[in-house]
Write a new protein. Structure first.
Length: 255
């Protein structure tokens, strides 16, 4: 470790220090949000839209908006965004790269910037999950948020691409992975793992990514999130991105 790093910290440490006050601000709203009824919590969406129309920016309302998402998620699925997930949501909203360990809840992170950016009322937010149960949870969250320019689907990537080819300005992909990153969190996971998993999940990621790109308009932005980058998946993913020149990519990786 060099003398400069010892004095000023790593880039990640400096970034965490920079956004920590925002995280603290989000958490400061917790009691106020818990005191609201469901209809009052839903009404915060109209309040945010009005404030945006009056000149405030998404960055201005982000702490309170993220607090709304956090409370709605707690009520719907009994989960509450941890500080590390709030940090991930801030970074994603800024269009930058977030790296999180496996098991730190990337899917929950994505609900934060998705809600915030939907408040501008531009276009439509489509949320898809291949799991019926998770799709229902997404729907309940959106209903509680009071977002009207959004809907939830429960479909495979190929079917979505047929309906929405070249449709979206931005697509966020939370891709399944072979799960090696979970070994250090829960050693018991090793017992359920086998050597065929990397190849199997590489094929899944390939299908998901190809269809995600089909749904982007030329020049669109793809946010790509996965939990473990094995040699098999990273080799294909790197070559895929390097040969797809019409789209910008932001990685969101958990290792």
């Amino acid at each position: 470790m060099g003398i400069v790093t010892k004095i000023f910290g790593t880039h990640s440490e400096r970034e965490i220090k920079r956004i920590t006050p925002i995280v603290n601000k989000i958490e400061s709203y917790r009691d106020d949000m818990m005191a609201l009824s469901d209809s009052e919590l839903r009404g915060k969406t109209d309040e945010f839209k009005k404030r945006l129309a009056e000149g405030e920016t998404l960055d201005d309302i982000m702490p309170e908006a993220y607090a709304v998402v956090r409370e709605a998620t707690r009520r719907v699925i009994n989960q509450e965004h941890y500080r590390v997930q709030l940090m991930g949501g801030i970074i994603l909203h800024q269009g930058r790269i977030a790296e999180m360990r496996t098991g730190e809840g990337k899917t929950l992170v994505s609900t934060l910037p998705a809600y915030l950016n939907a408040l501008e009322g531009k276009g439509v937010l489509v949320a898809n999950d291949i799991s019926n149960a998770r799709a229902k949870a997404l729907l309940k969250n959106l209903e509680l948020f009071g977002i009207s320019n959004a809907f939830v689907t429960n479909e495979v990537p190929g079917k979505l691409a047929e309906s929405f080819e070249g449709f979206f300005d931005k697509v966020m992909v939370d891709a399944p992975c072979s799960g090696e990153g979970m070994f250090r969190k829960d050693p018991e996971v090793i017992k359920t793992w086998d050597e065929e998993r990397p190849e199997y999940f590489a094929k899944l990621q390939k299908d998901i990514l190809k269809n995600a790109v089909k749904m982007l308009r030329p020049g669109g932005l793809l946010f790509y999130s996965t939990c473990t980058m094995t040699h098999t998946t990273s080799f294909w993913t790197s070559s895929f991105f390097s040969t797809t020149s019409t789209t910008s990519f932001t990685f969101f990786i958990s290792i």
